[in-house]
Design a binder for this molecule. Structure first.
Ligand SMILES: [Zn+2]
Length: 123
């Protein structure tokens, strides 16, 4: 049985929004129809820092089922980047993933360099 969310719109109307299986969103009420979006579970890289635990690269499946363009209505993955959110299609998300893997290798190399410098007593 398909789930349906009842959502109140900004214009005072109500819409029955069919829910995709992956949507875990509690839909915000009072939006314009074109601003309604489905969102899947958020995932993030959790990093412990001297300032505490932070979440980076938060990502989730997202879809605006009533977007004004066909391209806007297909599901994407949104990722928190540089203070905002960017949307990725499958090819773009794979490119981001490969870039992150290369960056992780560089961070490993930097960690080895840091260990070497500390072992030498550099200040
Ligand atoms: Zn939804």
């Amino acid at each position: 049985m398909n789930r349906v969310a009842n959502v109140h719109l900004a214009n005072g109307g109500t819409i029955e929004l069919p829910e995709p299986a992956w949507c875990t969103s509690q839909h915000e009420q009072g939006l314009d129809r074109t601003d309604l979006f489905h969102e899947g579970p958020e995932m993030a890289l959790v990093v412990d820092t001297v300032r505490g635990r932070v979440r980076v690269l938060e990502a989730a499946l997202t879809q605006y089922p009533f977007a004004s363009t066909d391209a806007g209505r297909v599901p994407v993955v949104t990722v928190a980047l540089d203070g905002g959110y960017a949307s990725f299609d499958p090819l773009g998300l794979r490119a981001l993933s490969l870039g992150l893997a290369r960056h992780a290798e560089r961070l490993q190399q930097l960690a080895y360099e840091l260990e070497r410098l500390r072992a030498e007593g550099s200040r």
